[in-house]
Write a protein that binds this ligand. Structure first.
Ligand SMILES: CC(C)(COP(=O)(O)OP(=O)(O)OC[C@H]1O[C@@H](n2cnc3c(N)ncnc32)[C@H](O)[C@@H]1OP(=O)(O)O)[C@@H](O)C(=O)NCCC(=O)NCCS
Length: 150
Protein backbone atom coordinates (compact mmCIF):
# COMPACT_ATOMS: atom_id res chain seq x y z
CA UNK A 1 0.00 0.00 0.00
CA UNK A 2 1.33 3.44 -0.88
CA UNK A 3 -0.58 6.68 -0.45
CA UNK A 4 1.04 9.81 -1.81
CA UNK A 5 -0.16 13.37 -1.27
CA UNK A 6 1.43 16.67 -0.28
CA UNK A 7 4.94 15.22 -0.76
CA UNK A 8 4.48 12.57 1.92
CA UNK A 9 4.08 8.87 1.11
CA UNK A 10 2.59 6.40 3.59
CA UNK A 11 3.83 2.83 3.30
CA UNK A 12 5.23 -0.07 5.36
CA UNK A 13 8.59 0.87 6.82
CA UNK A 14 11.88 -0.47 5.44
CA UNK A 15 14.56 -2.30 7.44
CA UNK A 16 16.86 0.71 7.12
CA UNK A 17 14.29 3.03 8.74
CA UNK A 18 14.30 1.45 12.22
CA UNK A 19 16.52 4.09 13.82
CA UNK A 20 14.50 6.89 12.20
CA UNK A 21 11.24 5.44 13.49
CA UNK A 22 12.72 5.08 16.98
CA UNK A 23 13.90 8.70 16.83
CA UNK A 24 10.41 9.82 15.76
CA UNK A 25 8.78 7.97 18.68
CA UNK A 26 11.32 9.54 21.02
CA UNK A 27 10.64 13.03 19.61
CA UNK A 28 6.92 12.41 20.13
CA UNK A 29 7.31 11.24 23.74
CA UNK A 30 6.04 7.73 23.05
CA UNK A 31 8.95 5.59 24.20
CA UNK A 32 9.06 3.93 27.60
CA UNK A 33 11.91 1.87 29.13
CA UNK A 34 9.87 -1.34 29.03
CA UNK A 35 9.01 -0.84 25.32
CA UNK A 36 12.36 -0.47 23.52
CA UNK A 37 11.73 0.34 19.84
CA UNK A 38 14.59 -1.98 18.86
CA UNK A 39 12.42 -4.81 20.18
CA UNK A 40 8.90 -3.51 19.38
CA UNK A 41 9.61 -2.74 15.72
CA UNK A 42 11.04 -6.13 14.62
CA UNK A 43 8.41 -7.95 16.71
CA UNK A 44 5.57 -6.17 14.91
CA UNK A 45 7.15 -6.54 11.49
CA UNK A 46 7.90 -10.26 11.91
CA UNK A 47 4.21 -11.10 12.33
CA UNK A 48 1.84 -11.13 9.32
CA UNK A 49 -0.98 -9.77 11.51
CA UNK A 50 0.89 -6.55 12.31
CA UNK A 51 2.80 -3.84 10.47
CA UNK A 52 4.54 -0.53 11.02
CA UNK A 53 3.45 2.11 8.51
CA UNK A 54 5.49 5.27 8.08
CA UNK A 55 5.00 8.65 6.44
CA UNK A 56 8.09 9.59 4.47
CA UNK A 57 8.78 12.96 2.85
CA UNK A 58 10.05 13.28 -0.69
CA UNK A 59 13.56 13.66 0.71
CA UNK A 60 13.32 10.44 2.71
CA UNK A 61 12.60 11.81 6.19
CA UNK A 62 10.33 9.66 8.41
CA UNK A 63 7.78 12.11 9.84
CA UNK A 64 4.85 9.89 10.80
CA UNK A 65 4.07 6.39 12.00
CA UNK A 66 1.40 3.96 13.10
CA UNK A 67 1.84 0.41 14.33
CA UNK A 68 -1.27 -1.58 13.43
CA UNK A 69 -2.10 -5.16 14.22
CA UNK A 70 -4.90 -7.53 15.13
CA UNK A 71 -5.23 -10.28 17.68
CA UNK A 72 -7.74 -12.44 15.81
CA UNK A 73 -10.69 -10.40 17.11
CA UNK A 74 -10.05 -6.65 17.15
CA UNK A 75 -7.60 -4.38 15.40
CA UNK A 76 -5.33 -2.12 17.41
CA UNK A 77 -3.35 1.02 16.66
CA UNK A 78 -0.18 1.92 18.54
CA UNK A 79 2.56 4.52 18.09
CA UNK A 80 0.39 7.00 16.16
CA UNK A 81 2.94 9.78 15.77
CA UNK A 82 3.62 12.87 13.70
CA UNK A 83 6.88 14.78 14.03
CA UNK A 84 6.30 18.15 15.78
CA UNK A 85 7.38 19.99 12.58
CA UNK A 86 4.56 18.38 10.59
CA UNK A 87 1.59 18.57 12.97
CA UNK A 88 -1.83 20.09 12.30
CA UNK A 89 -1.55 19.48 8.55
CA UNK A 90 -3.80 16.41 8.53
CA UNK A 91 -0.96 13.89 8.62
CA UNK A 92 -2.09 12.38 11.93
CA UNK A 93 -5.50 11.76 10.40
CA UNK A 94 -3.86 10.13 7.38
CA UNK A 95 -1.78 7.84 9.63
CA UNK A 96 -4.88 6.68 11.52
CA UNK A 97 -6.77 6.15 8.27
CA UNK A 98 -3.83 4.20 6.79
CA UNK A 99 -3.78 1.97 9.88
CA UNK A 100 -7.54 1.48 9.66
CA UNK A 101 -7.29 0.56 5.97
CA UNK A 102 -4.48 -1.92 6.65
CA UNK A 103 -6.58 -3.58 9.36
CA UNK A 104 -9.76 -3.58 7.26
CA UNK A 105 -7.84 -5.37 4.50
CA UNK A 106 -7.08 -8.07 7.11
CA UNK A 107 -10.80 -8.54 7.84
CA UNK A 108 -10.93 -6.36 10.96
CA UNK A 109 -14.20 -4.42 11.42
CA UNK A 110 -13.50 -2.61 14.70
CA UNK A 111 -10.38 -0.67 15.60
CA UNK A 112 -9.26 -0.07 19.18
CA UNK A 113 -6.55 2.07 20.71
CA UNK A 114 -5.36 3.06 24.15
CA UNK A 115 -4.55 6.58 25.30
CA UNK A 116 -2.48 7.02 28.43
CA UNK A 117 -4.28 9.02 31.13
CA UNK A 118 -1.26 11.35 31.10
CA UNK A 119 -1.96 12.08 27.40
CA UNK A 120 -5.60 13.11 27.76
CA UNK A 121 -5.26 16.01 25.29
CA UNK A 122 -4.86 13.62 22.38
CA UNK A 123 -8.39 12.32 22.99
CA UNK A 124 -9.68 15.36 21.06
CA UNK A 125 -7.60 14.25 18.08
CA UNK A 126 -9.18 10.80 18.12
CA UNK A 127 -12.68 12.21 18.74
CA UNK A 128 -12.25 14.35 15.62
CA UNK A 129 -11.67 11.09 13.72
CA UNK A 130 -14.85 9.48 15.08
CA UNK A 131 -13.42 7.52 18.01
CA UNK A 132 -15.36 7.35 21.28
CA UNK A 133 -14.26 6.53 24.80
CA UNK A 134 -15.48 3.05 25.77
CA UNK A 135 -16.76 2.30 29.29
CA UNK A 136 -14.08 -0.32 29.90
CA UNK A 137 -11.08 -0.73 32.16
CA UNK A 138 -7.95 -2.09 30.54
CA UNK A 139 -6.13 -4.55 32.79
CA UNK A 140 -2.75 -6.15 32.21
CA UNK A 141 -0.21 -8.47 33.80
CA UNK A 142 3.35 -9.18 32.79
CA UNK A 143 3.82 -12.84 31.96
CA UNK A 144 7.52 -12.58 31.07
CA UNK A 145 10.29 -10.07 31.75
CA UNK A 146 9.82 -6.93 29.63
CA UNK A 147 12.36 -6.66 26.79
CA UNK A 148 13.75 -3.40 28.10
CA UNK A 149 13.42 -3.93 31.85
CA UNK A 150 11.69 -1.15 33.71
C1 LIG B 1 -1.71 13.16 18.00
C2 LIG B 1 -0.94 13.52 16.73
C3 LIG B 1 -0.57 12.23 16.01
C4 LIG B 1 -1.83 14.39 15.83
O1 LIG B 1 -1.13 14.60 14.62
P1 LIG B 1 -1.50 15.84 13.66
O2 LIG B 1 -0.84 15.56 12.35
O3 LIG B 1 -1.19 17.11 14.31
O4 LIG B 1 -3.09 15.67 13.53
P2 LIG B 1 -4.02 16.25 12.36
O5 LIG B 1 -3.38 17.46 11.76
O6 LIG B 1 -4.36 15.14 11.44
O7 LIG B 1 -5.29 16.69 13.21
C5 LIG B 1 -6.58 16.33 12.86
C6 LIG B 1 -7.53 16.98 13.82
O8 LIG B 1 -7.33 16.42 15.13
C7 LIG B 1 -7.53 17.43 16.10
N1 LIG B 1 -6.29 17.64 16.84
C8 LIG B 1 -5.02 17.34 16.45
N2 LIG B 1 -4.13 17.59 17.42
C9 LIG B 1 -4.86 18.07 18.45
C10 LIG B 1 -4.51 18.50 19.75
N3 LIG B 1 -3.24 18.51 20.19
N4 LIG B 1 -5.49 18.95 20.57
C11 LIG B 1 -6.78 18.96 20.14
N5 LIG B 1 -7.17 18.55 18.90
C12 LIG B 1 -6.23 18.10 18.08
C13 LIG B 1 -7.98 18.66 15.37
O9 LIG B 1 -9.37 18.63 15.22
C14 LIG B 1 -7.34 18.47 14.03
O10 LIG B 1 -7.94 19.19 13.01
P3 LIG B 1 -7.51 20.75 12.78
O11 LIG B 1 -6.02 20.81 12.67
O12 LIG B 1 -8.22 21.08 11.50
O13 LIG B 1 -8.04 21.49 13.97
C15 LIG B 1 0.34 14.33 17.07
O14 LIG B 1 -0.02 15.45 17.85
C16 LIG B 1 1.39 13.53 17.84
O15 LIG B 1 2.23 12.86 17.24
N6 LIG B 1 1.35 13.64 19.17
C17 LIG B 1 2.38 12.98 20.01
C18 LIG B 1 2.24 11.48 19.99
C19 LIG B 1 0.93 10.99 20.59
O16 LIG B 1 0.52 11.44 21.65
N7 LIG B 1 0.30 10.02 19.89
C20 LIG B 1 -0.93 9.42 20.32
C21 LIG B 1 -0.64 8.28 21.25
S1 LIG B 1 -2.17 7.52 21.84
Amino acid sequence: MTTAALGVAIRPMDDAEQDAVAALWDACGLTRPWNPPAWDIPFARANPSSEVLVAVTDNGRVVGSVLCGHDGHRGWLYYVAVHPDHRRTGLGRRMVEAGEQWLAAQGVWKVMLMVRDTNAAVQDFYRSLGYDRDPVTVMSRRVAPSPGGG
